[in-house]
Each structure stands twice: as C-alpha cells, then as structure tokens.
Design a protein around this ligand. Sequence first.
Ligand code: NDP
Length: 272
Amino acid sequence: MTDLYAVIGNPIAHSKSPLIHAEFARQTDQDLRYETRLVPLDGFVAAVAAFRAQAGRGMNVTVPFKVAAFEHVATRLTDRAAAAQAVNTLKLERDEILGDNTDGAGLVRDLETNLGFSLAGKRILLMGAGGAARGVMLPLLEKNPHSVTITNRNADKAQALQQQFSRHGKIVAGSYADVADQPFDLVINATSASLADALPPLSPSVFAAAAFAYDMVYQRGQTPFLRFAQQHGAARCADGIGMLVEQAAESFYLWRGVRPDTAPVIALLQAG
Ligand code: NDP
C-alpha cells in the first residue's frame, strides 16, 4: 500500500516540499504519496490526529506550527528537537509520535558537504533569534566553531538563546551595534527580513577576509542580505535552497531509512 506523508502549515500553497519528496521517492524507488495540508490556526492538533487516523506515516511541520508540534503533538523528541524547542518532522507510529527538528542538520550539511565550508574553528555570526536560529544552534555548536555570536533586533531574545546553549560552546550575544566592526568567517541570516525585502541593521565591517554569507531565505534573484554581503567583502554567498532540500532529505531518511541524493534536487530547484 502506498504510504502517505504531508507537509502541514498555514500558508502552505508556496511549499516546495511536495516536489522535493516526490523527487526523493522517484529516485529511491519508495512507494509513497506526499501532500499538503492547509489547516486553520486553531486546527493543528486536530489535523494531525485526523491525518494519523487516515494511516498517515509522517508530516513536515512548517510556519506557524513548529512550536505547537513540540508542545502538543510529539510524544517523544530527538535531542535536537528538544534543544530547538520546535519540531519540523513528525514520524507517526502506532504507539508514539516522534518529533524531530532537521533544520540545523540541513544547514550544516549544506554548508559543509555541498558548499565545502568547514565550521570547525570558525567565528560565526548568527542574525536572528527566532525559531530558525534556535533550531540551528546545537548542530552548529556540535561542529566546534571558534564561537557563535548571536545578534537580534530584540537583543533580549539573543541573550536568552545564549543562556540556553552556553554549555554547548562559546556563545556571545548582543545588539547589532555590539557586533559592529568585529570580523566573522561566516555570517548567517536567520531573520525573515529578506522576505520583506529588508536588511537587518548590520555593519558592513563584519565580513572577514574570505567570509561566507548565508541567507536561510531563498528567492528568485539575490536577497538584500546577499547583495549587501557581496558589496562589502564576502568572498562567497549562498541562499537557503540547499538547506531546504537537506532538511527534507533528513526527514526522508528518518521516515524511510534511505538517504536520497540531494544534488540533482537542489539543481532542479535552482533552475526553476
Ligand atoms: P521567526 O518569525 O521565528 O523569527 C524571525 C526573526 O527575524 C526574529 O529574530 C526577528 O527579530 C527577525 N527579523 C524580522 N524582520 C527583521 C528585520 N527587518 N530586521 C532584523 N531582524 C528581523 O522566523 P523563523 O526563525 O522561523 O524563520 C526565519 C527565516 O528563516 C524565515 O524567513 C524562514 O523562511 C527561513 N527558514 C528557512 C529554512 C530553510 O530550509 N531554508 C528553514 C527554516 C527557516 P525580532 O526578534 O527582533 O523581531
């Protein structure tokens, strides 16, 4: 019988997950169907229960339900989902619902494997302190960078993240003014500013020689942050398409036990 999966969110029409998972299934010969589920803001928990009753095997969870999936749905959590306090992948089993968070693993795999940028010993600047930033903290720190500096418009949220993860590595937190004029090897934009065609108030001097600039947002054409980075000395730039495909591959692996080849799927999305 064909196994059923879905991505659940609101909005959901823009999601590239059905295309990505269809490609993974075709490539690995897995008999599965992957759909979208648009649910009202107060209907998430009921929608997961209904999907499970339909014999659904797994779900990707996206905006704005990742915290609700963590708090109200998962009956068991992976370490990285517990650290992120957010769930983007549910594995629906007979006796339990496993909650995982594959965003950070997706980012790290894109940086290290696809883009050839080793994180060990690097000075990392992470802009943003929302769900995406929280989700990538543990996987980044596990790669033994020199330090992770978190900056956010609301600096209190950056401080809270620092406190939450301080036992895992060297973490500094502050406002955009606090981090101005320090050089970083990797600057990650984990804010949603690019979606509004905006740029965080970042100093142009944060890019060390050979710095890498990474925007988690992906869009047609360059994001405002990547344009800014290129103008101010970043040697390499990448958007979040690779992270998107890699986090999907990590979910697919959790569900099916098979690791798909991500390179052709990234190329497909970049071409489209
Ligand atoms: P949240 O809403 O949880 O957090 C948004 C963050 O962006 C906050 O830190 C907020 O700062 C900051 N922000 C928003 N606008 C601006 C601005 N104009 N200037 C400076 N900071 C700003 O969102 P998420 O953390 O869930 O997601 C962040 C982005 O990452 C999204 O755009 C999402 O699409 C992308 N993403 C990409 C993934 C991928 O696979 N490529 C996976 C997950 C996320 P403040 O706290 O001060 O309001």
